[in-house]
Structures are given as structure tokens and as C-alpha cells.
Design a protein around this ligand. Structure first.
Ligand code: DGL
Length: 270
């Protein structure tokens, strides 16, 4: 087999992080990627910080054992609770989705009124608020958990009256606060971008954390001269912690391409 060089490791609680995979693969088409979806323990977005941290360490161990050159925490909830801790244990660059998303929001916001939507645990962590206020101390951050967007995205209910009503109910308070920028702070929300944009209106700029993260991955690899040198196509590997069936079926919609092979891995000791 051709030596494809070390891959970028990406993990998420399940299929959602494939939105980050898709952005990274699009921006860095030469890079090999190994993706881990912790499908046995999804969702992370309803769990406590301690539990999410423990799961994130387990996922990291699996990917590090695969010889990755860089770790990307695609899950917003895991980024919120684990990103302060993971880099201490690793001898490689580690990126989450929150800093890149927050930075993009600060750069794009015209009036410093920034909305953030995410899972209940991400919003409870206030990780986006803290990151935004670190970069722009005068900004006003308004956040709102939007848990129903996750099952809607997984069910493929991304258009029509049901997601429209859900979006209207969730975004109402943020829009009343006159936000000018809205961070999609969850892996699943890019699938609902059209409905969210329609509900938020043309005055609100949407920030896709997945897209912002792919730029940060590219910058980090370039800055550390870690880009792939080998010729030939990249290799994509997909690992899951539960049976592969649903991951493959739902994940194809998130990734926009077929997913195979899918390998089961054990995180029972994590
Ligand atoms: N991946 C999670 C996130 O971005 C959403 C799904 C979950 O709750 O695990 O926060």
C-alpha cells in the first residue's frame, strides 16, 4: 500500500462532525483524514462537562493510536469542555471549533451584537461567550440552546413548515435582541442553514463554525509545515463506536458522498 503519510484526526459525538470533515476535505484535498464518530455515546449535547471530557479523552486516545499528526475536535460540546485539557497531553496541534467560530463572528460582526446557538451543554458552558468576549470585550453575546435542530438534521427535516416553526421559536429572542451575527455553534446546524438564514433575515450574517475551523486547520498545518508531501489521493477512514449502519446512512447526507468502509472501534475502557 502506498505511504500516504499521517492523517488529520477528527472526532465528534456522531455523524455531525462530518460537516467539519467535509469543509476540511474541501479546503485541503490532499490531506488524509481519520474520522471517529462516538455513536455509542451520542448525544454529548445533553451531558455534563465531566462526562463529555471523559468521552473526549477516550476518542482522542483512539485517534492518537492511529498515528495522526493533528487533532480536530469537531464537536462543539466536546470543544467547549475538553479543549482546555486535551492539548496538555498531546504532542501535536489540537484545534476545536469554538475559537475559529468565535473569531469569524468577531471579524464579521458590524455592531458587536452576536448570537450563538448550540446544544444545551455548549450554551451552558458559555465557551463561545468567553471566546468572543476575550477577542472583543465590548461585544454583546446572546445565546440560545436549540436542541431540536439535531434530530431534525438527522431526520433530513431541513425544509418545510416543521423546521421553519422550530427555527422561528428558537431565534425569536435572539432577533429581538437585534443580533447582527449568528454563530451556528453545533455540528448539525449547517444542514439547516437555509431555514435559519430565512428566519434570521438578510441583516444577520451566519457564521459556520465548521467552515471557519477548516481555515484554522489549513493555517495550522501550513504554519507548522505539516502539510502532506506524499503524492497520490488522500485516504479517508471512518471509525464508529456503535454499529455502522445508521452512521453510514445518515452520514452520507452530512458528508455529501458515500462513506465506506466504516470500522467499529472499542471505547469501552474510556
Ligand atoms: N456534535 C454535537 C455538537 O456539535 C451535537 C450532537 C450531540 O449532542 O452530540 O455539539
Amino acid at each position: 500500500m502506498a505511504d500516504r503519510g499521517p492523517a488529520i484526526g477528527i472526532f465528534d459525538s456522531g455523524v455531525g462532525g462530518l460537516t467539519v470533515f467535509a469543509q476540511v476535505a474541501q479546503r485541503l484535498p490532499a490531506e488524509s483524514i481519520v474520522y471517529l464518530g462516538d455513536t455509542a455515546r451520542v448525544p454529548y449535547g445533553t451531558k455534563s462537562g465531566d462526562t463529555v471530557l471523559r468521552y473526549a479523552i477516550g476518542c482522542t486516545d483512539v485517534l492518537v493510536a492511529r498515528g495522526i499528526k493533528m487533532l480536530v475536535v469537531a464537536c462543539n460540546t466536546a470543544s467547549a469542555y475538553a479543549l482546555d485539557v486535551l492539548p496538555e497531553h498531546l504532542d501535536m496541534p489540537v484545534l476545536g471549533v469554538i475559537e475559529p467560530g468565535a473569531k469569524r463572528a468577531v471579524d464579521l460582526s458590524r455592531r458587536g451584537r452576536i448570537g450563538v446557538i448550540g446544544t444545551a451543554s455548549t450554551i451552558a458552558s458559555r465557551a463561545y461567550d468567553k471566546a468572543i468576549l476575550r477577542m472583543a470585550p465590548n461585544a454583546k453575546v446572546f445565546s440560545k440552546p436549540c436542541p431540536l435542530f439535531v434530530p431534525l438534521a438527522e431526520e433530513g427535516w431541513v425544509e418545510g413548515p416543521v423546521p421553519r416553526q422550530v427555527a422561528a421559536a428558537y431565534l425569536d429572542e435572539l432577533l429581538q435582541n437585534d443580533i447582527d451575527t449568528l454563530v451556528l455553534g453545533c455540528t448539525h446546524y449547517p444542514l439547516l442553514k437555509d431555514i435559519i438564514a430565512e428566519t434570521a433575515g438578510t441583516d444577520v450574517v451566519l457564521v459556520d463554525s465548521a467552515e471557519a475551523t477548516s481555515q484554522a486547520v489549513a493555517d495550522t498545518l501550513a504554519g507548522l509545515s505539516l502539510e502532506r508531501e506524499q503524492k497520490g489521493p488522500p485516504e479517508y477512514s471512518f471509525l464508529v463506536t456503535d454499529a455502522p449502519g445508521n452512521f453510514g446512512r445518515i452520514g452520507e447526507r452530512f458528508l455529501g458522498r458515500p462513506i465506506s468502509p466504516i470500522e467499529w472501534v472499542d471505547v469501552s475502557n474510556a
